[in-house]
Design a protein around this ligand. Structure first.
Ligand code: F2R
Ligand code: MG
Ligand code: MG
Length: 319
């Protein structure tokens, strides 16, 4: 692949996470109908919580993953867990299971044991899937390493098999989007077939829902049908597939895919962030609307910092 294009895709998946997170954040927890009545199609960033264009736990944890990969030149679970703890800003709105895992790590529990103590056997929340874009990018050319590292990174906070499988699948979707050329017509059915092949024997639920996506792509369903079959809550099995569908059903346009993801309601910042990661990996930063990039928060660890991290991750990858 053309090096400039690959770099654009590394940056695209990480800024895409930030954009989707920021667009969905103000309506997180709203249902689909309420969003439609209040905002119609949500295509402009609203002011809420910490301000227009600000990110939540989704992007904050993605930054932790990217910083760790860059500083350690690859995966280091101890370092990644410590960065999650250090970066944790409760104002950003974290899930209860993740807060519990981070507290245990802070208390001195080993980084790869804390996750199992959450919800008595591990969380299947979408918290380890929403942050995974840098791993999908860094291991985009090696599905075995991608699966292994995605699962290990998930284990820090989300040790349940559905949590790990969701993170691996979301990372693989990012990788496949990086490997696809947006100037060529993508075969949507075979894109989903590749994801089905990737899912492990423990991920039957994911395989079944990927098969639903194949059917949904044929019939062009209404939003209620998509929510009914794929889900829109904060568990990984009820949100990762929704993001994959939002991307693939609106493949030609980053804005359409993320706006659609948010319009489904429920866990909007996270489904928006995961859709933004895949769509950004496909189209690159150059496919993200400039008016959205312009309003992203840009303080110490904001938009420019995220782009710089993605750039460093790319340099580490190619050197
Ligand atoms: N926390 C939020 N949003 C609410 C706060 C925002 C509020 N509007 C504000 O203004 O402050 N969003 C973030 O949390 C989600 C990611 O959650 P994560 O990190 O996966 O957390 P958790 O708690 O581990 O899992 C989420 C829920 O899934 C259910 N669950 C998971 N595993 C379970 C198990 N083994 N047994 C039973 N239930 C399980 C629970 O209901 C968990 O709370 C994202 O939306 C992010 O944006
Ligand atoms: Mg969030
Ligand atoms: Mg969320």
């Amino acid at each position: 692949m053309n090096p400039e294009k690959l770099k654009d895709k590394f940056i695209g998946c990480m800024l895409g996470t930030h954009v989707g997170d920021a667009l969905g954040m103000p309506v997180e927890g709203y249902d689909c109908k309420t969003i439609e009545v209040k905002y119609g199609e949500l295509r402009e960033m609203l002011d809420a919580r910490m301000g227009v264009g600000t990110y939540t736990d989704d992007t904050e944890m993605m930054i932790g993953i990217a910083e760790s990969l860059v500083e350690c030149k690859g995966f280091n679970g101890r370092d990644m867990a410590d960065r999650f703890v250090k970066l944790h800003d409760p104002e950003r709105g974290y899930g209860v299971g993740t807060v519990r895992a981070l507290s245990l790590i802070k208390e001195g529990i080993d980084w790869n044991l804390a996750g199992e103590r959450v919800f008595g056997g591990g969380s299947f929340g979408n918290g380890s899937s929403m942050r995974i874009a840098p791993i999908g990018a860094f291991y985009y050319d090696n599905p075995d390493d991608l699966r292994k590292i995605a699962c290990e990174s998930s284990n820090i906070t989300h040790a349940h098999i559905f949590g790990k499988e969701g993170a691996a699948l979301q990372a693989f979707a990012v990788a496949e989007a990086i490997n696809s050329d947006p100037s060529e017509e993508l075969d949507k059915q075979s894109f989903i077939s590749d994801l089905i092949k990737f899912v492990s024997v423990d991920g039957k639920l994911y395989k079944a829902k990927l098969k639903h996506i194949k059917e949904l792509l044929k019939c062009g369903p209404d939003k209620a049908e998509v929510i009914n079959r794929l889900g829109n809550d904060s568990s990984a099995p009820n949100s990762v597939l929704t993001a994959i569908y939002s991307f693939i059903s609106h493949i030609h346009d980053f804005e359409d895919s993320v706006s659609y993801a948010v319009s489904l309601g429920g866990d909007t910042d996270t489904i928006g962030a995961m859709t933004g990661a895949i769509s950004g990996a496909y189209h690159g930063k150059s496919g993200i609307p400039q008016r959205w990039l312009d309003v992203l928060e840009n303080g110490e660890r904001g938009r420019d910092y995220i782009e710089m991290l993605a750039d460093k991750l790319y340099e580490l990858k190619i050197n």
